[in-house]
Design a protein around this ligand. Structure first.
Ligand SMILES: [Zn+2]
Length: 87
């Protein structure tokens, strides 16, 4: 299984799809509309960024996990994870 996954340049960790950089294509629906998560309380500037579809609100709570939600699919909501830096 791991060998199979490495073909796609990511690793499956506890059901989380981990990417090193922003994926271009959704693994689930194959859509190409992927948004980058922004953490924290959204301000006016952030709201404008969400409207472009290039960014999505991740909420205020930053998960202290090895893997962070980093991107999501605008079409089906599939979430992509990134290995946190410095952990
Ligand atoms: Zn999708």
């Amino acid at each position: 299984m791991e060998k199979f996954m490495s073909k796609y340049n990511n690793t499956l960790n506890n059901g989380k799809y981990v990417f090193q950089r922003k994926p271009r294509i959704c693994r689930q629906c194959h859509g190409n509309s992927i948004a980058t998560y922004l953490y924290g309380e959204p301000n006016e500037k952030a709201v404008l960024m969400f409207e472009t579809g290039k960014y999505a609100p991740a909420g205020c709570s930053f998960e202290m996990n090895e893997y962070q939600r980093a991107w999501c699919c605008n079409d089906c909501g599939f979430e992509f994870y990134k290995k946190a830096d410095g952990l």
